[in-house]
Design a protein around this ligand. Structure first.
Ligand code: NAG
Ligand code: NAG
Ligand code: NAG
Ligand code: NAG
Length: 245
């Protein structure tokens, strides 16, 4: 009887030890690498607040995040700095219609991933997200050598520098000028424009909807942890009672 009690208390002790181990809140296991978030990448650069606002107001950021997740082509984004926006001639943005402001942002995005080296060998002009949506080519031309690559719209030419991210499926490069499409300022699209791509090839952007930022869900895990803890205590209690009777 004494030995039975002893072994029971030893067992209980062991159970309690294992319980205390199991109930110790451990750091959550790191999940799979989070999805790519263009806004977070740009926030790291901390000088892209205007561009971020345009991207999020028009849900283009969602479109980018979805597309880099689902398409095999990936994407390339040219992010003008806040300085680039403030250096625009006064009234430039205000003279654009709402639709043109969205188009301006789409013009800064290529529906394909390019590292800097591959931009040197592309065949110009390169399609943007805006190409095929409207009259005009809305392409970008890339020139340069070695690690110096320039992007040209026909009216704006600037060096591409400082990759914020250069890893498939998303490349993000800083540009110090806003890439204004020549097509916005031409009475007619150039007659010598290359033929539009086949319809099937064109991934037209969905019509942008106005949106408000949704606050992040801030629910805590501690309540669930407590429930798990009580469940374990109860289970061990029942188990010990089973040993006694
Ligand atoms: C992306 O990052 C921004 C800024 O960090 C955050 O506000 C937003 O909720 C994130 N979006 C997603 C889909 O995680
Ligand atoms: C990414 O794509 C997969 C499969 O298409 C989907 O299940 C998942 O929810 C997507 N993730 C995000 C963050 O969009
Ligand atoms: C872009 O390059 C193409 C092919 O070289 C050329 O025909 C076109 O004029 C260029 N456009 C601009 C805006 O530089
Ligand atoms: C690249 O852009 C910079 C800045 O706009 C300019 O000074 C330079 O001449 C351009 N280089 C080429 C090869 O077009």
């Amino acid at each position: 009887m004494a030995s039975h009690t002893l072994s029971l208390s030893t067992l209980t002790l062991l159970l309690l030890l294992s319980l205390s181990h199991a109930a110790t809140p451990s750091a959550p296991a790191p999940g799979p690498a989070g999805p790519i978030n263009i806004t977070a990448i740009l926030e790291d650069g901390s000088q892209f607040t205007t561009f971020i606002r345009f991207l999020t107001d028009n849900e283009i950021s969602d479109q980018i995040n979805n597309q880099v997740n689902t398409s095999t082509d990936g994407m390339t984004v040219f992010a003008p700095t806040d300085n680039a926006f403030s250096n625009l001639p006064a009234g430039t943005l205000n003279k654009l219609t709402d639709r043109q402001q969205i188009q301006l942002i789409q013009y800064h995005i290529l529906p394909k991933y390019y590292d800097l080296t591959s931009l040197l060998t592309v065949s110009n002009p390169v399609r943007t997200l805006l190409s095929g949506q409207d009259d005009g080519v809305y392409g970008l031309n890339f020139t340069g050598q070695a690690t110096q690559v320039n992007v040209s719209t026909g009216i704006v030419d600037t060096l591409i520098n400082n990759p914020l991210r250069q890893k498939k499926p998303l490349a993000v490069y800083q540009v110090d000028k806003v890439l204004l499409p020549a097509e916005f300022y031409e009475a007619k699209p150039p007659a010598a424009a290359p033929k539009a791509k086949g319809k099937g090839e064109v991934e037209a952007a969905p019509a942008p909807k106005p949106s408000k930022e949704k606050p992040a869900d801030d629910s805590s895990d501690s309540g669930r942890m407590m429930n798990v803890g009580f469940g374990l205590v109860g289970g061990v209690g029942l188990f010990c009672m089973g040993m006694l009777f």
